[in-house]
Design a protein around this ligand. Structure first.
Ligand SMILES: Nc1ncnc2c1ncn2[C@@H]1O[C@H](COP(=O)(O)OP(=O)(O)O)[C@@H](O)[C@H]1O
Ligand SMILES: O=C(CO)[C@@H](O)[C@H](O)COP(=O)(O)O
Length: 475
């Protein structure tokens, strides 16, 4: 039974799973935390990966490994392969103005024309999350760092490269061994999903020059080998990897509730949404991955639980003890600004307080309903792009909560399939690694339970939420 490993280097932590490549059975696993913050030195990811690999019993007996990683993070390397500055992550909003200016520049002052240009040329209208906007911020604010940047890559590319033994110590030639895949390249803003090519003109206009970029390898090709001979797969952006982990098929919409909230579907046609709500990403198999992403998901649960002096489990129990709609208490959860809708300077808000409804139970419920309703808006945006949704597959740390599952079934109005607790990004990476070994993605079982909102319409609290969210958009 050959073993394969999958890695999820996500915002908050690094997870490693080791599975039987044929049956998919879990053999060992490990994890380690990442520091907080939206600007992180990549060395922290490498240290956490080493720790998580050690906790999982090492990779020496593993035949292939793939890395899934948080998307968009800007990793700049100098000509020796040294990291130029800490990486700016997907949830760092300092380049919001750069995103706006890139749109206006493309439309010669007309934002609508600019958005249409970006949607058709890259698949995605720029927001602060995209790597290209971060490069523009770098060039405007740290000219010397921009000048020293000889190569740009993403978190998963950098970790695969380090696993293959490359790094500053291996000298200038090491940059040519950087590899990525189209799912992660599609989130950079300097890659055309339609043509499968990088767009050097975007790099010229943002960074000021065209750096070395990772070579894009095909879905089941190899990106190198570790020093002990383990094959390294192409890897993927974390959402595309989760799609592989739950074997998402047409008609499935995956909703991931982690640091980010994401709503995405596998599609055989690329999305090009000039409204900017849906990003037209690629998946990890050769298909497409229309996706809506929010900045505010489980951190709102963490913050509300801390405020109430409750654990996450207690937060869920409290929420379930309140009636649906939290007696009118409504939270719009834009605590960290928001990406979908694009409101980088927004803050969260609480509405409808009365002396009788202002209780811990209603607050717990309002936090969960607010996060889920913001994802319901993402689902509506995908449906408006023609995505057929027959069921929701709910994953990510927040999906473990029964209260989250119940509220999701109420707000999405579709059957919600909750796979058994697991690490679906790391699992998807492991499934890709098995595919690299054999030339074909294996069929691994995905067991779980379905939560239905028996015979009822979509819950009315969604309309109340939309009323207040629209006000937040006006300012
Ligand atoms: N029982 C629970 N109820 C609500 N949230 C939970 C629960 N268990 C874990 N979480 C949330 O899961 C989050 C981590 O999810 P994860 O998908 O691993 O995040 P990421 O991939 O962004 O690092 C934590 O912020 C935590 O709040
Ligand atoms: O920016 C996006 C998707 O476009 C995020 O989904 C990141 O990929 C981070 O994922 P998590 O660490 O929250 O799972």
């Amino acid at each position: 039974m050959p073993l394969v490993a999958g890695i999820d280097s996500s915002t908050q932590s690094c997870k490693v799973v080791i599975r039987d490549s044929v049956t998919g059975a879990l053999v060992r696993q490990g994890r380690a935390s990442h520091p907080d913050g939206t600007e992180i030195h990549p060395d922290h990811w490498w240290t956490a990966l080493q720790e998580a690999i050690a906790a999982a019993g090492g990779l020496d007996d593993v035949d292939a490994v793939s890395v899934g990683g948080q998307q968009h993070g800007m990793v700049c390397l100098d000509e020796t392969g040294e990291v130029v500055r800490p990486a700016l992550l997907w949830n760092d909003t300092r380049s919001a103005q750069d995103a706006e200016e890139l749109i206006l520049d493309a439309g010669r002052g007309d934002a609508g024309a600019g958005a249409a240009y970006w949607a058709s040329s890259t698949g995605t209208v720029p927001v602060a999350s995209l790597t290209a906007t971060k490069l523009r911020w770098l060039a405007r604010n740290e000219a010397e760092n921009a000048r020293r940047t000889a190569a740009v890559c993403l978190p998963h590319d950098w970790l695969s490269w380090r696993l293959a033994g490359h790094g500053p110590a291996t000298g200038p030639a090491s940059l040519q061994f950087l590899r990525t895949d189209r799912s992660d390249a599609s989130g950079t803003g300097y890659y055309s999903v339609a043509t499968g090519e990088y767009l050097p003109e975007v790099l010229e206009s943002t960074l000021g020059h065209v750096p070395v970029l990772p070579v894009i390898v095909g879905p089941l090709e190899t990106a190198g080998k570790t020093s002990t001979g383990t094959l390294i797969g192409p890897g993927a952006g974390d959402n595309a990897a989760a799609g592989l982990g739950v074997s998402a098929a047409v008609g499935d919409v995956v909703i991931s509730i982690g640091t980010s909230g994401t709503v995405f579907a596998v599609s055989d046609t690329p999305a090009q949404d000039p409204s900017g709500l849906v990003a037209g990403f690629a998946d990890a198999t050769g298909n497409y991955l229309p996706l809506a992403c929010t900045l505010n998901a489980t951190r709102i649960f963490d913050a509300t639980a801390a405020l109430l002096g409750a654990s996450l489990n207690e937060l869920g129990t409290l929420a379930l003890s309140a009636p649906e709609g939290a007696e009118g208490l409504t939270m719009v959860p834009y605590f960290e600004g928001e990406r979908t809708p694009n409101l980088p300077d927004a803050t969260g808000s609480l509405h409808g307080m009365t002396l009788s409804n202002y209780t811990p139970a209603n607050l717990a419920r309002a936090a969960i309903e607010g996060v889920i309703c913001s994802l319901a808006d993402g689902l509506a945006a995908l449906q408006a792009q023609g995505v057929a949704a027959r069921r929701i597959i709910l994953v990510g740390g927040g999906a473990q909560s029964e209260a989250v599952q119940q509220v999701a079934a109420s707000a999405f109005g579709l059957p919600v399939f909750v796979p058994n607790p697991g690490e679906y990004v790391a699992d998807g990476a492991a499934r890709q690694a098995a595919g690299v070994l054999t030339g074909q993605l294996p069929d691994w079982p995905v067991d779980g339970v379905t939560v239905n909102r028996e015979g009822k319409d979509v819950a009315p609290f969604l309309d109340t939420y939309r009323h207040y969210a629209a006000k937040a958009a006006i300012g």
